[in-house]
Design a protein around this ligand. Structure first.
Ligand SMILES: [Zn+2]
Length: 139
């Protein structure tokens, strides 16, 4: 998931297309609309640093974090190094995860079989939620 969406069609399928007045310009690949966004402020940066490190600790790979947050895996690796984050899990451990909106999330929790024998953690992710699930006693 990317931080911004095309203001014309809400797609996140866009590419960088130069810098205008110190602002990054993007071109939407779905509707060809050009738009600019302000450079990310410190607050948003911190938010995504925290999210990235959280996902790292949950056992996701750098590439997965890049795909989910739209943050370069190189940045994530640098933060892991900078904050000296160490994963306590062995390398075989891997959780499953889903990105859901609030309605999908409430449906998920209203189905008992989704919860039996598993632990889940929910974390906010932009305008959606990420649900991370561990199933026990499984390799
Ligand atoms: Zn668009």
């Amino acid at each position: 998931m990317k931080v911004n969406l095309c203001p014309n069609c809400n797609s996140d399928d866009y590419v960088k297309s130069g810098v205008v007045n110190d602002r990054q310009r993007y071109k939407c690949k779905r509707c060809n609309y050009y738009f600019t966004v302000n450079k990310l402020g410190k607050k948003i940066d911190d938010y995504y640093v925290n999210k990235a490190l959280q996902l790292y600790l949950e056992g996701l790979t750098y590439r997965e974090i890049e795909r989910i947050l739209g943050i370069s895996h190189v940045s994530v690796m640098n933060w892991v190094k900078k904050y000296n984050i160490k994963r306590p899990y062995n390398s075989k451990y891997h959780p499953t995860y889903k990105i859901l909106n609030a309605l999908e999330l409430s449906k998920f929790f209203s189905t008992p079989r989704n919860l039996s024998g598993a632990g889940v953690v929910v974390t906010e992710l932009g305008d959606k939620f990420m649900l991370i699930k561990w199933e026990r006693f499984r390799d």
